[in-house]
Design a protein around this ligand. Sequence first.
Ligand code: ZN
Length: 118
Amino acid sequence: MERRPWTAETLTARDVVPYADVTLSIHCIGCKLIRELNVWKIGARLADDPLQQLRFRCQRCGVYADELEVRRRTSSVGEHLLMIPLKPRFWDDGHCEDHAAALRRAEARRRALTAKTR
Ligand SMILES: [Zn+2]
């Protein structure tokens, strides 16, 4: 099956779902972790909205993601396909405050961890 080219501007959950080896992940700047997203969960509600226009928030620390990476799972390493800079159409109410508070919490947690391991 020929698929239309995947671009950061147009890629949707519906495009990705047929490919079981393709993964979506966000790099959380709050907890410095890479989190894999469940494309089926996104597709259930927002299958045809470009991923670029959606909001992704880290479930662990509450920081909003600013980039989404599309990878293909090959062997052990995985192949980078596309990086999508996120430009949400809407923000949650109080997004700026929430985001800033989440970043502060993440920073405080990191400092506490570093202090402990010293
Ligand atoms: Zn996080």
